[in-house]
Structures are given as C-alpha cells and as structure tokens.
Design a protein around this ligand. Structure first.
Ligand SMILES: [Zn+2]
Length: 439
C-alpha cells in the first residue's frame, strides 16, 4: 500500500494540473502600503506544492521502512542473499566480491569466527540491494519533484538526460558511501558485540570529517565545472573585507550552476586548511558587485565563526550518544522483529526508520541552531560590509529569482527552516541601518 502511494503520488500531483498553471503566474514580489513585501503568486504556489511533497516524504518514508521490516521482507531478502553469498565467494567473482573475500581472509582467526567472510559478503550485498531498491522506488517521485516541477516553474535548465545522468551519479555515490558505512557498522557489531558503540561512533565522526574534506575535491566536480573566482574587482573587495577581521581567505570557487538551474546560491564548506567559499555563476552574472560583496561577507561570517566544523562535531557527538541508545533498542527488539540477533543486517530498515523518526523530532532543534548561525553570519555581513541597502536588495532579488516566499507561519519556520525567512533578514538590515543612522 505504502509502495503504491509512493509510486503513484507524482501522477496524482501531475493529474491535479496545479503545476501546469505555474507558467501563467507572475513571479514579481508585491509591496504593501507600509513598504513590506508580499510573496509572488508563483512562489506561493511552489511553496504549497513543495510543502505537500515534503510532508508526504516525511510521513511515508519511515512507514515504508517499517512495513518492509515488520512484514518480514527484510529477513527474506537477507535469506535470499545468504543463499547466494557462499557460492559467489567460492567462485571468487571479480571486483568488490573478491575484495571482501580478501579482506575476510586477513581478519585474525578469533575475529573470523565472529565474522566469517560469507557473512561480511551478505551484509554488503544486503546494504547495496536495499539501498538500490529505495533509489529505484523513489525515482519517479524525485524525477517529478525536481525535474517536472522544476521545469513547470522555470527553475530547472536541465534536459531529462542530464537529470538522469546526475541521478545515476548520486546513486553511485550513495551506494559506495552507504555500502562502506553500513558494512563497517555491522562488522563492528559482530566483532565487538558489547562495545561496538564506542568504535562505531568514533568511526562515523572520522567518516563525516573526511566526507566534508573530500566533497569539494571529489564530488562537486562530478556535477559542476569548478573554477577559481577570477575577478580583480571582487578580489579587491574580498581583501578589504578580510583585512577588517584578520582572516586569510584564498579559496573562492565558482561553479557553473546555470547549467542546471536558474536559482542563485552560495555556500561555505570545510575546515582547517580546506575551507572554501563556493559561488553559483548565476550570482556573478545577475547581481551588482555590492550585492555579491554582501554574499561574500555572509559566507565569511560562517568562516569566521567556524560554523561548518562546529556543526560536524556537534552532529558527530549526538550520533555517538545515539549509538548507545541504538544498542539498547536493538537488544530489546531483535527477537520481536524475528531476527537472528541484534547484529542481523536485516535490521537495517528498522534502524533507518528509527533514525528518520528521531530526525523528525530533533529537526526543530537542529534547524533552530542553524538559523542562529545564519543570523550570526547576517549580522557579521552587515557589520563588515556596512551595506544594508545592498543587503536588502539582494534578498528581494533572491526571493524573486528563487521563487521563495517572503515569510512563513511560525510553526513552519520552527520545523523546516534552516535559514530565517527573507522578511526577517530584511528586517534585520533595516534595524541595522536605523541604528547606524542614530549613531
Ligand atoms: Zn549562510
């Protein structure tokens, strides 16, 4: 039932004809008598649409996982794969299969008893098959949400082939990272049945730090052409900004986002010697130097306060504690789930469902912290650039170009928003400019 709803929901959205009406709607912001902004009708429509799809995904995803787990589907998949694993290993197939066999042979004898090569093989195959199934099931939904809706609203510049190519790349990346992570996770559970949360938490933290470091170098170039910012005027402005706060910033990259989207964005990533600011080329093409300077000043704020490193470490610490809670939960539930033990790989859908439900409950806290960091970066941007007017015009243009609504109800901001809504950011700039005038 859940599978059917996920599969046909995009047809239902399309059949409603709502998205098709987007092309005729104006995208310009309105203004009230008191000067405050009103979202464009097109942005309002997109917002309602995206919220519906977001809620659908949030509710159905854990349901789907639990249904697969409780119906015995997960255990059946593990049994089928276990029947295949032994002969595959014996025949020593090429690639990953042989690699796992070779790794298993190097495991010390005591450990090999706890985790025979064929078991390791079953774990890897299960993780890959299960995730591949999820990607395929969500393919129509994601294609609709990102490609069809993206074109209806004029936000996507990708061809269907280009979209599919990007999807294939993300599936490949997802399979490699999930394969590595979960195989390692279940291997640790087998090797250290009582103490596994300690090494598993440490390894997941190291893994996320490495992932943050390699993403700009290995993953971003798979999707975009990346180049260094090459604009003497902007570089001069950056030098002036950084000199004011004593930062040394030499890594400002530009990606050709216009090959995929009409939206604008910029972000900061990395830590230590690998920090960088990434700008969409759309930003450099359609905005004034003052506005780009404000964006850079905002990203420098994230750099200055080390927001990225703090968030990885914070999430890592929470995940580490979560491992202990998970151990308790698995020890309590594996019999009820009709599994062979707490380290049975067939418990993976259950773990993901619990993680999704916990994520849902903690999302307001996580997003609240993120909005605090964004407010801090906005304040920093206003302070060091001293350009509140450019700041205001920047966010008005952002809202129009990205089809974002100007403001949302408090409950929605509280649950979903990682950034303050545009109206709030503009209000901050107005306050800043009033207090500057009073001084
Ligand atoms: Zn930011």
């Amino acid at each position: 039932m859940t599978v059917a709803v996920i599969l046909v929901s995009s047809l239902l959205y399309f059949g409603s004809g709502v998205g098709q009406s987007a092309a005729g709607l104006p995208a310009e912001l309105g203004r009230r008598a008191d000067g405050s902004l009103v979202s464009s009708p097109k942005a309002e429509l997109l917002h309602g649409f995206s919220l519906a799809m977001r809620l659908e995904r949030m509710l159905l995803y854990p349901l789907l996982l639990l249904a697969f787990q409780l119906s015995g589907g997960a255990a059946a998949l593990r049994r089928v794969l276990a029947g295949q694993a032994q002969p595959w290993l014996a025949r020593s197939l090429p690639g990953p299969v042989r690699l796992v066999g070779a790794v298993a042979q190097r495991i010390p004898h005591g450990w090999r008893q706890r985790l025979p090569g064929s078991d390791l093989m079953v774990i890897l195959l299960f993780v890959l098959a299960f995730h591949l199934g999820l990607y395929l099931l969500y393919l129509p939904f994601n294609f609709y949400r990102s490609f069809v809706v993206g074109h209806q609203f004029g936000l996507s510049t990708l061809s269907a082939g280009g979209w599919l190519m990007d999807w294939l790349k993300s599936v490949a990346i997802g399979l490699v990272t999930n394969g590595l992570l979960w195989t390692g996770f279940f291997a640790l559970m087998r090797l250290a049945p009582r103490r596994w949360p300690i090494p598993a938490g440490a390894l997941s933290l190291v893994f996320s730090l490495i992932f943050v470091l390699v993403t700009p170098v290995l993953i971003t170039p798979l999707f975009y052409h990346v180049s260094q910012l090459d604009d003497p005027n902007l570089q001069q402005r950056i030098l002036a900004l950084t000199a004011r706060v004593g930062l040394e910033v030499d890594e400002i990259h530009v990606i050709d986002a216009s090959s995929k989207t009409t939206t604008v964005n910029a972000y900061f990533t990395g830590f230590g010697g690998a920090q960088r600011i990434v700008l969409y080329d759309n930003l450099l093409n359609g905005y004034t130097p003052d506005q780009v300077e404000v964006v850079l000043a905002h990203e420098l704020g994230h750099w200055y306060y080390k927001h990225h490193l703090l968030s990885v470490l914070g999430l890592g610490a929470v995940a580490w504690l979560g491992m202990f809670a998970l151990r308790w939960l698995l020890n309590k539930t594996w019999r009820w789930l009709k599994l062979t033990g707490p380290a049975d790989v067939a418990v993976l859908p259950f773990i993901l469902a619990v993680a999704a439900l916990v994520g849902m409950l903690t999302m307001p806290v996580e997003n609240g912290i993120s909005r605090l960091a964004e407010n801090q970066a906005d304040e920093f941007a206003l302070e060091i650039s001293q350009k509140p007017q450019a700041f205001i015009e920047l966010f008005e243009q952002f809202a129009e170009q990205n089809l974002s609504v100007v403001d949302v109800p408090d409950w929605e901001k509280f649950i979903f928003y990682t950034h303050p809504p545009v109206a709030e950011r503009i209000a901050r700039a107005n306050r800043f400019s009033r207090s500057a005038q009073n001084q």
